[in-house]
Ligand binder design. Structure first.
Ligand code: GRG
Length: 305
């Protein structure tokens, strides 16, 4: 097709990721201009524009393209999902949660701005996500019923049907023996649901039919869990390589993980199975259009950090 964005005959995934992630970064920058009170805006921009892999927004864009729509239509929903993800990181780092002082290579939001500003920046980002999506989709002429459906999808994934529920279960089980079923519940809700909602919302906004949307959901559910299993394996392998971990990491020592419950080899085998299942869900789609999501699944499976 001669496109220079990595979607040509031979697919260049790194280029696709960097072009799409840069577009999302610019859109986030525009979505969040400085305003008053300045400190609130600065705190929100500090975390949103700090970088990160941008996996969730790229998933939304790629799913929108998968169902045959232009990537631009998915920009507001891609920004919304990254705002929700970022607010969950801000709150997760606070002293009442995981008490982490570093995030995305710099001081956590509450370290840089203080606790109450960090808390409110997170709250404001969650609210802005839905405001931005509603306004942005309307401006682009996305049919309102698609936007409404995507709003419900993201709302559930952020709250009682996803991240907040998963985090409560995670905190409530801290230091307790955790079954594989509970570990799966925590990760499905805390991590996989938002990745799933990112992809599903992109497919909804792009005008996918119900069968396509459900295929995208099953694909994304697999890569959401895959993301966590790989994270756990990477954590364990890097932890065993680094002697004398910091006190902060010692708290994590009694945290249940897939390699601890299954063993590293079994956890890796589970990751391979999830990757196979994710790729199978893409078989019904045009191969060129499915290339970004196929490579994204492999990127998640084989990433080293
Ligand atoms: C969302 C309403 C709402 C509340 C938040 C604090 C909290 C409740 C939840 C914690 C959620 C959390 C931090 C889950 C972990 C998700 C995860 C795997 C984060 C790392 O994602 P990456 O690797 O990070 O994509 P980057 O920085 O690359 O974006």
């Amino acid at each position: 097709k001669g496109r220079d964005d990595g979607i040509g005959g031979s697919f260049d995934f790194e280029r696709y990721m960097s072009v799409r992630a840069a577009a999302v970064h610019d859109a986030l920058d525009r979505a969040l201009p400085l305003g008053l009170p300045e400190r609130l805006y600065e705190s929100m921009r500090y975390s949103v524009l700090a970088g990160g892999k941008r996996v969730r927004p790229v998933l939304a864009v790629a799913a929108c393209e998968l169902v045959g729509c232009d990537s631009a239509a998915a920009t507001p929903v891609a920004c919304a999902v990254e705002m929700i993800h970022t607010m969950s990181l801000i709150h997760d780092d606070m002293p009442c949660m995981d008490d982490d002082s570093l995030r995305r290579g710099r001081p956590s939001n509450h370290v840089a701005f203080g606790e109450f500003t960090a808390l409110l920046a997170g709250d404001a980002l969650l609210a802005l996500a839905f405001e931005h999506m509603a306004r942005g989709c309307a401006e682009l002429g996305v049919p309102a019923e698609r936007t409404l459906r995507a709003v419900a999808e993201l709302g559930s994934a952020a709250g009682t049907g996803g991240v907040a529920a998963g985090q409560v279960a995670d905190k409530a089980n801290e230091g307790l023996p955790v079954s594989l079923a509970m570990l799966e519940y925590i990760h499905v809700h805390k991590t996989a649901r938002l990745l799933e909602a990112a992809a599903v919302s992109g497919a909804i906004i792009g005008g996918g039919d119900d069968a396509e949307i459900e295929s995208v959901r099953r694909y994304a559910r697999c890569i959401g869990l895959l993301f966590q299993v790989v994270d756990d394996v990477l954590d364990m392998t890097s932890t065993s390589e680094q002697l004398g971990k910091t006190a902060g990491k010692d708290v994590e020592a009694d945290k249940a993980t897939y390699p601890k419950l299954l063993g590293v080899d079994q956890a890796r085998a589970y990751a391979a199975e999830l990757l196979t299942m994710a790729e199978a869900e893409l078989e019904g789609f045009d191969a060129d259009r499915a290339a970004p999501l196929r490579h994204l699944a492999r990127f998640i499976a084989y990433r080293q950090h």
